[in-house]
Every structure is written in C-alpha cells, then in structure tokens.
Design a protein around this ligand. Structure first.
Ligand SMILES: [Mn+2]
Length: 319
C-alpha cells in the first residue's frame, strides 16, 4: 500500500490534508509533518480541521497554516489523517462525494471503519501506536529530508498518543522510532514542556475538581465528572480537561475509567480509558455512537449532569 500512496502523492500537485475534529496531538502533528515533507517535494499543501486547534499545540512548526474550511474539489488528493471515521473528518458529506471521483488517501491507526470503505488508498495499521508512525514511513518513502521540525512533529504524535510513553502501546518499536527522531534533532524537551508541563492554573483547578469526585464501583469502574458550572468557575475550557482522565485511570486496580464532561451545548463528552488487555472500550464507545481505540475511546451523549452532592450524581438524558 505504501507504494501506491507514494505513487499517487508523487503524481499530484495539490494535496489537502484533513484531520479529525476535536484534534489531538497525533492528528495535528502528523498532518503537519506529512505536509512539510510534501512541501519539500514542491507540492501545494493545505491543512484543514473543522475545530479550533488546542493552544498547547501552538509551539508546533507550521501550526498557523491550518485552516477551518476550503473546497475539497480544488485538490488532486485529499489525505485524511488519524480520523477513525468519516464522520470525524467534520466534512463527512463532502469527503464521501470527493471519494467518488477523486483520490482519497486514508492514513490511520484506528480500527477499520467506514472511511476505510470509501478511500481510494488505505494506508492503515491498527497495530501502531500513532498515525505519526505511518506518516514517518511515508516521509521516508518520499525521500524527503527529515529535518529538526519534521522530527519534532512526528515525535509529538508519538508522544501524545502514548501518553508521554506511558500507555501500554509503548513498545520497543516506539522507543526505537523516538530515538531515531531525536537523532534527527527532535525537541523532546520542548514537547514535554508544552504538552505535559506548563498547565494553566484554570486547568489544574479543573483537574482538582475532577480528581476530587473520583468514585470506584464494585466492578472496578472508576468515574468522575465535570459540569459546565465547573468550567465557568475556573475559566477553563474543554482543552484543559485533556490528560486528567489518564490520571484518574491510575486509580489502583481500575478496570476502566470514565470521565463525563458537560460541553456547554447540551451534550456530555465521555472519555474512557483502560489499561486492561481483555477489555475493548472502543466497543463500549461504539454502542453510544462514539469510537477510538481498544484502550482509549470516547463518545458524546445528549443530556446534562445532575450534581446531587451527597446523594451522588447522575446523567439526565431527557434534557
Ligand atoms: Mn492517533
């Protein structure tokens, strides 16, 4: 499949790179790395994402190039990166239409999904830790020169999707690639400074609330929640919540962790994590119309959180 991807990219003169809504580090950084390699090959490259890019990623080289919208038809190729599902591209109808007549390349490490069915070429592998690993292979096969910025971008994807090399998808291959990227000059220190450290005060206070509400039931399922009122109280936003679910999941003997957050628009975002090899939480997320990976997934519900204080909390799905 790699040869087909390279063949198509070499022939194209303009390429649109599209990555998933509520973007994470892997989506943003892998897309920018791929684009940088293609720009080196004198291609016209644009980047789109439906949602705003979280501020923690502002240090990434090329971040200012990402746009909110554009006409897909203007490009010879559309590459979707890390999307998981056509719905998550944020432009489902347009991507479906585009794929009927033009070349759609799907680069992803999520399990086979509907994007898989409509793409002209799939360069996918759900055994790798991050889309960044796949993008690295493409960059190499394009014979692009791996510079410091590109290496930093690929390493950012690897870093974020392995939770800073802590999740169970961190394997010898991941470390070997990280080592290679650092030998190209990738700035690991800058990545960890920006992503893991340097938390805003509002973010830490929000985490405090989420952590204080941890409950573990008799099945070993750990839950917590944050409400719109919490976000308002601390001047925090949804981006600030990223990462705390992993800390909650460090509860001893937790089978799985679920964090519910009101998004302020009448919906609740649920993030699920597990370190167990026998539970596939992506299947749970899919039951609710969401998706993700075996060990990190999520979904969205319509409703609101009722904070019952002493009597506990619940989710009201009727509102
Ligand atoms: Mn990813």
């Amino acid at each position: 499949m790699l040869e087909r991807v390279i063949g198509a990219l070499n022939k194209a003169s303009s390429i649109l790179i599209l990555f998933h809504e509520s973007p994470d580090g892997d989506a943003v950084a892998s897309s920018l790395a791929l684009g940088m390699a293609l720009e080196q090959k004198k291609k016209k490259v644009d980047y789109i994402c439906r949602d705003p890019i979280p501020k923690v990623f502002s240090f990434l080289p090329g971040i200012e190039k990402i746009r909110k919208d554009c006409l897909l038809g203007d490009y010879d190729i559309v590459c979707t990166v890390d999307c998981g599902d056509v719905r998550r591209t944020g432009f489902a109808e347009r991507v479906k239409e585009y794929s009927k007549h033009r070349t759609l390349i799907n680069i992803d490490h999520h399990l086979k999904n509907d994007l898989h069915k409509i793409a002209t070429i799939n360069f996918t592998n759900d055994k790798v830790a991050a889309s960044a690993e796949l993008v690295f292979e493409i960059i190499k096969a394009l014979n692009a020169k791996m510079n410091r910025d590109m290496a930093t971008l690929v390493l950012t994807g690897l870093y974020t999707d392995t939770g800073g090399f802590q999740h169970s998808n961190t394997c010898p291959r991941v470390y070997a690639l990280a080592s290679r990227l650092m030998s190209y000059g990738a700035r690991l220190n800058k990545i960890s400074q920006n992503i893991a450290l340097n938390k805003r005060l509002s973010c830490l206070k929000l985490w405090g609330v989420a952590l204080s509400r941890i409950k573990k039931n008799s099945y070993g399922i750990v839950t917590s929640y944050v409400t719109s009122a919490d976000f308002e109280k601390f001047g925090a936003n949804l981006d600030d919540l990223a990462g705390v679910v992993n800390i909650i999941n460090s509860t001893p003997n937790a089978k799985a962790t679920m964090l519910f957050a009101e998004q302020g628009d009448g919906t609740i975002k649920a993030s699920i994590r597990t370190e167990s090899n026998v539970i596939d939480i992506c299947k749970i997320a899919r039951l609710f119309g969401g998706g993700g990976h075996k060990k990190a997934a999520g979904f969205t519900l319509k409703g609101r959180i009722i904070d019952g204080k002493k009597s506990g909390w619940s989710i009201d799905l009727t509102s």
